[in-house]
Design a protein around this ligand. Sequence first.
Ligand SMILES: *[C@@H]1O[C@H](CO)[C@@H](O)[C@H](O)[C@H]1NC(C)=O
Length: 596
Amino acid sequence: MALIIRRRSLVRILLFFGFAILLRFLVVSPASPASSVASRFYTSDPQEIQKHGVLDLVTRGEKALDARKHKFLQVRMGRDEREDLFTGAVRDGILDYWERFQKPFIEGHETSYMDAQSVLTSIEQLLTLNGWVAAKCPTLTRPFGQNKDEDAYDDLANQGHLYYIGMVIHSADHFLTDQLAVIVQLARRLGTSNLFVSMLDYDSSDSTETLTDLCEAVLTLLGVPYRIRRVPSMTVDPSAAYYPLEEAHTRNLALEPLHELLVKRDIKFHRVIWLKGFTCPNDILESIRISMVNDAAMVCGMDWAEHNGFFIFSDRWRTRDINGDQFRQSVSSSLSSSSLNTVPPRDTVGAQRYAKHLPFQVFCCESGTHVVDPEQSYYAGITYRAGPDFYNATQPDDPPIRLPDDKCLDSTQAWFCRDLWVWKAKDGMKDVEQDLEVIETTTKQKRTVDPIEPVADEHVLQRRQVVPEREDADANAGSDYDASDLPQNDPPPVSEQRLTAPNAVFLPVRIMVNPRCVTTYAGVSHAQLALDLFGPPDRENREDELKDQDVLQDWEGAPDSFVCQEQQTTGGRRASKNQRRLGFSIHQELEEALSQ
Ligand SMILES: *[C@@H]1O[C@H](CO)[C@@H](O)[C@H](O)[C@H]1NC(C)=O
C-alpha cells in the first residue's frame, strides 16, 4: 500500500520536473523560440494586444514593452492596401532587388555579418535623427538653462517609467517629420522600450499616409512599440461634422492601446504625452518633470502662432485661467511691458508667475503639447466627450431653443477638464469622508467673485483685425486655426449665483500651464519667438532661487463660473462659436451624477 502511494507521488514529482525543464528550455533558449512557441499558443488576431499567457508569466521581470519579442506591440491598422496602377511594377522591383542584391549577401558566408552590422549602423544613425526644426532646439533661448548640456534629464531616464505618446493627425504632414524626430529624441533619452507611440491619422488628405509609412519604418527598426492607425471621417460631408465630437472620438481611439495594455498585460504608464504642433524635446521633458514634482493631473505648454509678423498666444478656445477667464491673445513680447495686464493669463497669481517663467495653475488648458497623468484621469475612467445637444444643421428640424444655463457645448478638452474637477471632488470626499450635508453648511469662500472687468488688453490687437484670412484653406487641417475666429468681447457676468456649496470647498485639481514649454506651428521663426518670450540669456544668477518655485504651494478650487465658448451647430471646425459666462457648480454636477 505504502509502496503504491510512494510510487504514485514519485511519478507526479517526475512529471512536475519534466514540465519545469520543458518550460525552462522554452524560456531560456535564445531569443525567438519562446516567443514563436508563444505565438503558436495564441491564434487570435495578431494586431490585437495579447493577454498574458503562461509563458509570459514565467518570463516576467523582463521589459514589459519589448517590441522585438511581441509582434503585437508594433501594429499598423487601416492602411490603404488597395492595388493601383503601380502595384505590380513596385512589387517586381522590390523582388528583383531582393533576389539579386540582398539575398545572396545575407546568405553568403563571408558577407552575412555585414548585414547585421548595417542594420545596427542604421539604428545608430536613426537615433540621431534631428528633424529640421528640432535640430535647432538646443540653440533656442530658454530661461533656467534648460538647454544646458549638464541637464540631460537623467533623473527621468533613470526612473525607468513608461510613457505613452498620443497623436491625432489630420492633414498635418508639415509637422510629422519633426514630430517623428522629437519622438526619436525622447526614445533616445528615455529608452526605446519605455515608450509607446499611438498615432491616429484621421482621414488625412495630404501626404500624411506616406509619412506614417516612414514613421512605421523608423519605429520598427528602433524597436519602439507603436500603433499607427488610419480611420475614416465620422461624416462623409465635412459640413455635417461636429468638431468637438470628432475631437473626442479621435482622442479616445488614440487611447485604445493604453487601456488594452492595462487590461490584457497589466502595463501602466506613468504619463501620457499628447504631441500637437511642434515642441522641442527638452521642453517636453521639462513638462514631464514639472508634472511629477507637482503631482499634476495635467501640464500644458503654451502655443504661439504667427500673425501678421508677430506671434500671438494661440489656444484661447480651450484654455481658461483659474478664475475661469479666457487667456488674452497676447503677443509674445508682452513681458517687455511693465504691466501684467498684457500677459496671457488674467488672474493675478497666474500673471505674476507667468512673468517669472514659472508654471501656474489654471482651470483648463490644452495649448499644444501637454502631459496627462493617467492615474488621475484615464485609469480612473474619464474619457473624452462632447456635448450631446448640438444642432445638426444639415437636418430639416428647427434649431433647439437654448436656455442661459444649458450645458456648454465647447471643446472636448473643456469637457475633460470639468470632468477632472468633478472626479477629484468625488475622490476627495471618499478620502475625507465629508458628505454633501457638511459641504452645504460650509460657507468658506476662498476667492471673491468679482464681476468681470472690461477687457483692458485689446489695445495690443488694435493694429489689426483678428479675422482669419484663410477662406480657401482646409480649416480642419492641423494648424493654428484655433488662434482666431473667436468672439471678440467678453460675455456679461453670469446672471444668478447658485445657492449651493462653492467649488472652493472641494479638493483642487492640479492643472498647470508651463510657459517654458513652447508649441509652434508652421511659419514661426523659433529663434525670434524664443527671444521674445525669454529675453537674452543673462539671468543666470536668479536661476536656482527661482527654480525652487516650480512646485506650486497653494492650489485654488475651481472657479464658480467660466467663459463658455461653444459650437452649437455642426459645420466642422469652422462652425461659428457663441460665447456666454456660465456657472460651474461641482456640487450640482455631483448631485446630477448621483441622481442618474
Ligand atoms: C448630421 O446629419 C447628417 C445627415 O443625416 C449625418 O450624415 C451626419 O452624420 C450628422 N452629423 C452628426 C455630427 O451627427
